[in-house]
Structures are given as structure tokens and as C-alpha cells.
Design a protein around this ligand. Structure first.
Ligand SMILES: C[S@@+](CC[C@H](N)C(=O)[O-])C[C@H]1O[C@@H](n2cnc3c(N)ncnc32)[C@H](O)[C@@H]1O
Length: 251
């Protein structure tokens, strides 16, 4: 697959949701999202029916491409709103034969609210979302109680959210949104983040960038309250990964 293969067969004025070889394009400035159902898209796009995980804000896809290869028994969805980055992930997906990956080129909240069926996703990952550090820009942050409402709707019982950021204020926002929304059980004691990232978590472009500059990390995990009696690691993680996870932070 080449860069030129990533194109839309209509003009901006004719914009509409569009499927292109395991890519869903979701247009901006569009009012008819609710007329579109993505239910059968995922059924038809993946070779196998198996648990599904999403990474929001995938950037150039480094983390999710690694996960697809490491966990072939999961169907993965990468969500990225920037054209150049969505194209990068899509090209890597095809050229590296990641048949268990699907790319969404669109805005995360819109995709989740209008295109994702309920009770479908086992795990959600959000790695280094744009922090919007200035107070006046904080309204642009992806994490809000309404977004967490949507995540509760689309996740299966015992579904999980993993959030990773170098930005303290954004980690605090995640903590308070989870408290306000109320449907999520934190893995770590208040303020719910831990500076250690599990050894086999994988790595992304921004993770490498900020770790190279010795920025402190804020790693958080939440489990959907419905169906969970206490925080449980997802069943597809290896035993070693579970052991290293439980050693992370004291409650
Ligand atoms: C700081 S980068 C992190 C990229 C990647 N996760 C990493 O760790 O290298 C944040 C990415 O999120 C994307 N993004 C920000 N807000 C988004 C939203 N609401 N929906 C979809 N993508 C979003 C940006 O385009 C950008 O590529």
C-alpha cells in the first residue's frame, strides 16, 4: 500500500463517513453522524471475532502496531484525528500485515458516541493525549465525565481503561473525571496514578520522547464497576506481565 492509496473519493462539500480498506473516515463539520451504523463494519472488517481493544490518540501508531503483533487474539482499533498520522498508521497496518487492526481517522468523542456500538470493547488505552496545558484551552481535552460515560457504554463488563501521561494536571483531571462519572474502579489508591509503567507495556513516540527528558510518568488503570468484584488484570496478559503489574504501586 502506498501514500497515494489513502484518498477519499469526494470533495470537502460532499464529505460523508467513508470506509477504505479497514479505515473509517469520520468527517469534521458534519451533522448526520447519527444516520450511520458501524456495527457491521467491525464484523466484516476483522478476520476473526475476538475481544476488541481501542487506542485513542494513536499518533503515528508505534504503540498499537506493536500491540497488534504481540496480541494477535485481540482486534485493535486505532483512533487518530490528524490526516498525516492516520495515514501513517494505515500504511503500517497494511504493509506490516496487521490483519487484527482497524484505523479510524476522526475525532475520538464523535467516533465513540455515534459509531461505536454498546458493550463491544474490552480494553481502552489512551497514551499521551494532547495535554492542553493552558487553563483557557483545557476545554479541548478529550477526557471529560461525558467521554467516560461513553466509555462505560461501549465497554464490556469488567472493561478497562489505561491512561498514560507525563502531564500531572491531565492525570489529575482523569482522576477527578473518573470520580465525577463514578462508573470506574481505580487500580491504584488516590490520586490513582503511579510513576512506573509496566515493563512490557510497549512504547510510543511520545513516551520515548518524554522519558528521554526524564519527565515523570502518570500511569493509571480503571476497571468498569459493572461485573468487577475487585480490580482484575485482563485475561490476555501473560502471567509475567500480571506479576510485574501487581508489584507496581502500593494501595
Ligand atoms: C501527544 S500525541 C500522542 C501520540 C501517541 N499516543 C504517542 O504516545 O506517541 C496526541 C495525539 O492525539 C491526537 N488527538 C488529540 N485529540 C484527539 C481527539 N479528540 N481525537 C482523536 N485524536 C486526537 C493528536 O492528533 C495526536 O496525534
Amino acid at each position: 500500500m502506498k501514500k497515494q492509496d489513502f484518498w477519499l473519493p469526494f470533495s470537502f462539500e460532499e464529505r460523508r463517513p467513508h470506509l477504505l480498506k479497514r479505515l473509517l473516515f469520520i468527517p469534521k463539520y458534519f451533522l448526520e453522524h447519527d444516520k450511520f451504523s458501524a456495527l457491521s463494519i467491525f464484523d466484516r472488517s476483522f478476520e476473526k471475532s475476538q475481544p476488541m481493544a481501542i487506542e485513542y490518540c494513536s499518533g503515528n501508531g508505534e504503540w498499537i502496531i506493536e500491540q497488534c503483533k504481540k496480541y494477535p487474539k485481540i482486534n485493535w482499533i486505532a483512533v487518530e484525528m490528524r490526516y498525516d498520522r492516520a495515514r501513517k498508521i494505515w500504511l503500517k497496518m497494511h504493509n506490516q500485515h496487521c490483519f487484527n487492526l482497524f484505523v479510524v481517522w476522526g475525532e475520538a468523542f464523535t467516533f465513540t458516541k455515534f459509531y461505536l456500538p454498546s458493550n463491544m470493547i474490552s480494553s481502552i488505552f489512551i497514551n499521551f493525549p494532547d495535554p492542553w496545558p493552558k487553563e483557557k484551552h483545557a476545554k479541548h481535552r478529550l477526557i471529560t465525565p461525558s467521554f467516560l460515560d461513553q466509555l462505560s457504554r461501549v465497554t464490556t463488563d469488567k472493561g478497562k481503561i489505561t491512561f498514560l501521561s507525563d502531564d500531572l494536571s491531565y492525570a489529575q483531571t482523569m482522576s477527578s473525571c473518573a470520580e465525577v462519572q463514578g462508573g470506574w474502579l481505580p487500580r491504584f489508591a488516590f490520586p490513582y496514578y503511579c510513576p512506573d509503567i509496566p515493563q512490557d507495556y510497549g512504547s510510543s513516540y511520545f513516551q520515548n520522547l518524554w522519558q528521554g527528558k526524564n519527565r515523570k510518568m502518570h500511569f493509571m488503570e480503571f476497571q468498569k464497576k459493572i461485573g468487577a468484584e475487585g480490580f482484575e488484570p485482563p485475561t490476555y496478559w501473560s502471567q509475567t506481565s500480571r506479576a510485574s503489574q501487581t508489584a507496581l504501586c502500593p494501595d
